[in-house]
Design a protein around this ligand. Structure first.
Ligand code: GDP
Ligand code: GDP
Length: 435
C-alpha cells in the first residue's frame, strides 16, 4: 500500500499551498498534458524510494460547502484512511482555540501526527516553534510551504513514523494478471465484476471499519490466471448509512497501484465528470495500463453516443494512450472482448525490451527529428536501456538532457510507443546525463 498522508488544520494555515507543493509533479510529461487538471483533494507525492498519497482535508470541506455534516464525515473518513497526519498551524498567528480543538481530536485519533508550523519565512522560527510544544503533539517541524522550505524534513518524518514496507506494489506473478475495476459509485462496477466472473458472486462480509481495502478475487479463464481487484465490494449489501457513502478515492488509488491493468468505468448516461478526470489523471501518474469502459451503452440514442465520444476526446486528451470501449455490463455486450484487451495491455505493460532495440529506436527517432538547440546547448541522446516494467520505463543516456523540452520528450514517448507497438500503456522516459 502507498502510505497516505492527510493534511489537516484550520482554514488559511497553508494546507492547499503545501498540497500543491507536494503534488506538483516532477514528471513534466504528465504536467504538460493539456486538459489535465489536478485534484485539490487527492494527489500523489513523488519521492525517492516510494511515492505516497496525500489528502487535503481542507479541499474536502470547501468542496462540500453547505452540507457541513457530510463534509465533516468525509474528513473523518480521510483521517481514518491516513497513515500519517500532518497537522498544520500558522507560525504568525500562534495557537488559537481552533488549533486546540483539532489537537484534542488528533490526540484521540491514535494515528501518528506531525505538527507542522507553517509560514516561518521572515520570522525567527526558533522562538515561534516553542509555543507549539504546548499542544503536546511532539516536536514541531517548521516549514514555509510557499517556498518549499524544510518540506524535505517533513517528508523524512514519514519514514521515521511508518514501518518499512516490502516492495509489493503489484501483486506477484502467481496471482496472474491483476485487474482493478474502478469508477464512481453506481457506474456499474459490481455488475461488471459479476459479468467478468460469469456468475453471481458469493456474498463476502464487508470488513468493518476498513474502507480502504479492496476485495481480491482470483479466477481462471482459458488457462490464464487473473485477480480481480473489486473496489465496489459489498457496498450495497452492507449496512451503510445514507450519508456515509463508502466510496473511497484512497481505496481506488490503492487498487490502481496494485493492478497491471485498470478498467475505469464511466457512466455513458452521465458522461465524464470532473472527478472522473481527476482520478484518471492519477491513473496516468501511477503509470498503469488503462481501459476506459464506457458503460451503460445500451439504450442510448445515436446522438447521445456521439456526444459521449466527443466529450471523452475533449475532456481526456491526456489519455490518448488509453483503450476506450463502449460496453453494457448489464447485458454483457462488449464484456467478453475485454479479456483480450486486458491481455494485450498486460503484455504491453510487462514488455521486455533489449538495449540494442531501444538504442536503435532512439537513434531512428533522433535521425527523423533532431533535438533542438537550446540556447547554445546541443543536446545529445546516445543510448537507451530498460529501467522497469508496468509501466515500461526507458532510460535514455545523453548529454545536456536536462534542457530537453517537453514537446520533444512527448515526441520521443510517442515514437517509442509506436515502435514497440504498446497498447493502452504509456512509456515512461528517464533521462540521464553526466554532471
Ligand atoms: P488553507 O486554507 O489551509 O488551504 O491555506 P492556503 O494554502 O490557502 O494558504 C492561506 C494563505 O497563506 C495564502 O495566502 C497563502 O499564500 C499563505 N501561505 C501559505 N503558506 C505560506 C508560507 O509558507 N509563507 C507565507 N508567508 N504565506 C503562506
Ligand atoms: P457500482 O456502484 O459501480 O458497483 O454499480 P452497480 O454495479 O451497483 O450498478 C449501479 C446500477 O447501474 C445498477 O442498478 C445496475 O443494474 C445499473 N447498471 C450497471 N451496468 C449497467 C449497464 O450496462 N446498463 C444499464 N442500463 N444499467 C446498468
Amino acid at each position: 500500500m502507498l502510505p497516505v498522508i492527510a493534511l489537516v488544520g484550520r482554514p488559511n494555515v497553508g494546507k492547499s499551498t503545501l498540497f500543491n507543493y507536494l503534488t506538483r509533479s516532477r514528471e513534466a510529461l504528465v504536467a504538460d498534458y493539456p486538459g489535465l487538471t489536478r485534484d485539490r483533494q487527492y494527489g500523489r507525492v513523488r519521492r525517492g524510494e516510494r511515492d505516497c498519497l496525500v489528502v487535503d482535508t481542507g479541499g474536502i470541506t470547501d468542496v462540500d460547502d453547505g452540507i457541513e455534516q457530510f463534509a465533516r464525515k468525509q474528513v473523518e473518513v480521510a483521517l481514518q484512511e491516513a497513515d500519517v497526519v500532518f497537522f498544520l498551524v500558522d507560525a504568525r498567528d500562534g495557537i488559537n482555540a481552533a488549533d486546540q480543538d483539532i489537537a484534542d481530536f488528533l490526540r484521540k485519533l491514535g494515528k501518528p501526527v506531525v505538527l507542522v508550523v507553517n509560514k516561518i519565512d521572515g520570522i525567527d522560527s526558533n522562538t515561534v516553534s516553542h509555543d507549539f510544544y504546548s499542544l503536546a503533539l511532539g516536536e514541531p517541524v517548521a516549514i514555509a510551504a510557499a517556498h518549499g522550505r524544510n518540506v524535505s524534513d517533513l517528508l523524512a518524518r514519514i519514514d521515521e513514523l511508518l514501518p518499512a514496507q516490502s516492495d509489493d506494489e503489484v501483486l506477484d506473478q502467481e496471482q496472474g494478471i491483476a485487474i482493478a475495476v474502478v469508477g464512481r459509485p453506481n457506474v456499474g462496477k459490481s455488475t461488471l465484476v459479476n459479468r467478468l466472473l460469469g456468475e453471481e458472486r458469493v456474498v463476502v462480509f464487508d470488513e468493518a471499519g476498513t474502507t480502504r481495502d479492496s476485495i481480491y478475487i482470483p479466477f481462471e479463464r482459458n488457462g490464464q490466471k487473473f485477480t480481480l481487484i473489486d473496489t465496489a465490494g459489498m457496498r450495497r449489501r452492507a449496512k451503510v448509512s445514507l450519508l456515509v457513502e463508502k466510496f473511497s478515492i484512497i481505496k481506488s488509488l490503492q487498487a490502481i497501484e496494485k493492478a497491471h491493468v485498470v478498467i475505469y468505468l464511466i457512466d455513458a448516461q452521465e458522461g465524464v465528470t470532473d472527478q472522473d478526470a481527476h482520478i484518471l489523471g492519477l491513473v496516468l501518474e501511477a503509470g498503469r495500463a488503462l481501459i476506459i469502459g464506457i458503460n451503460k451503452w445500451d439504450g442510448l440514442t445515436n446522438e447521445h453516443r456521439e456526444f459521449v465520444k466527443k466529450q471523452l476526446d475533449i475532456k481526456l486528451t491526456f489519455l490518448e494512450y488509453a483503450e476506450k470501449h463502449p460496453i453494457s455490463a448489464l447485458h454483457g455486450s462488449g464484456v467478453g472482448k475485454l479479456f483480450d484487451v486486458v491481455h494485450s495491455l498486460y503484455e504491453s505493460a510487462m514488455i521486455d525490451m533489449s538495449t540494442p532495440v531501444l538504442t536503435r529506436i532512439l537513434s531512428d527517432a533522433v535521425a527523423a527529428h533532431q533535438p533542438p538547440l537550446v540556447g547554445t546547448r546541443r543536446i545529445k541522446l546516445k543510448y537507451a536501456h530498460q529501467g522497469g516494467r508496468n509501466p515500461p520505463v526507458v532510460v535514455i543516456h545523453g548529454v545536456q538532457t536536462d534542457v530537453l523540452p517537453g514537446v520533444y520528450k512527448r515526441y520521443l514517448m510517442n515514437y517509442f510507443r509506436e515502435q514497440l507497438r504498446l497498447k493502452g500503456t504509456t512509456v515512461r522516459l528517464v533521462f540521464k546525463s553526466p554532471e
